[in-house]
Design a protein around this ligand. Sequence first.
Ligand code: FES
Ligand code: FE2
Length: 374
Amino acid sequence: MNDTAQDLKPHGKRNTLRIAERSIDDRPLADAHAPLIRNAWYVVAESADIGRALTPVTALEEPLVVYRDTAGDVVVLDDRCPHRRYPLSRGALVDDTIQCGYHGFKYDGTGACVWAPTLKNKPGFGVRKYPSVEKGPWVWAYFGDPEEADETTIPYFEKEEGIEWRSRQGYKFNPCNYMLLIENFLDLTHFYFLHGKHVLTTEDADVPLKSLDAGENGVGWIKKVGGGKTGLFGKLAGRDHDEIVDLEGTAVQIGPSMHIGKEIRRLPDGKHDDAYPIYVLMNHAITPKTLHETHQFTEFCLSFDPIGGMDKFRDFSRDVVFEEDVEALGLINDYIVQDRRPGEVEFGIPGDRFGIRMRQILRKLKDKESPQDG
Ligand code: FES
Ligand SMILES: [Fe+2]
């Protein structure tokens, strides 16, 4: 493989770019057309948003209806009435059954049809029920064979004890394949440029990342900067932006559906004061809506009361910082989908290796569940 930055050099009289003969996407990896992986738990809603209303959600190209039964348990069913495919979410919740709004068939919480007009015998059909669990701030559903659903594999981890966490939830819609979002989360260098004006200065961009063990289906990195600036998060805690601290950042992706980003700032030389250590934790649940649309559910957690309050911090992160990602990823996705020129332009640098590794893991997971697909 001879892809290097050299390949991007203009050549020839017309100063056109030469397209590399072989690029990263020619390898057998999941990429920006990454197929959907069904044998996994995904977040389908914030728990707080689910009550007695029939809530429609599309995830992994499947229409779902989500509601809470009279016992308070969350139910996730296929949203298509098996009679004529009218959305069940347009019907009515009557005690613990959904009554379809078209011809009135009733479905219980297991998805079984329990009544239909003109039908004398017990109906022998129903809709698919998805195993679901509430964990953390979210409702998770399993999209593979229900017999294989194992709650212990839900990739949500309780927050570190001994820290007084403040947290908020937020949602963002990304107009791109989920793999682009995963790579974006794992890619540290973009923080310094795409978000450079808010988040960090570029001076730490070159600090090497070290691998973290994130299990068989995950990747992770850690970055340590001794004597860096406390930056935005220190400022939010009421400190001077340029105060010198030791920084530690980690990013971990577990399977297709969970990314955990964490930052810690400590005063150097074991010094202490009330403001430090500062912990920032962002749990991102990634759920493909379709092949080129992705839900992002984020739990924003801080170990301190930020200036302006948690709502303002969440709104800024979601509506300003993540909006920059949404715009960039949408543009990239459009080029990938629309560009019909032969060859592809995609050159990696060492900092991309965690995203590349994740592509390999997702390819392996997809091959395992359906070797003929994707
Ligand atoms: S479409 Fe639902 S009852 Fe006919
Ligand atoms: Fe970003």
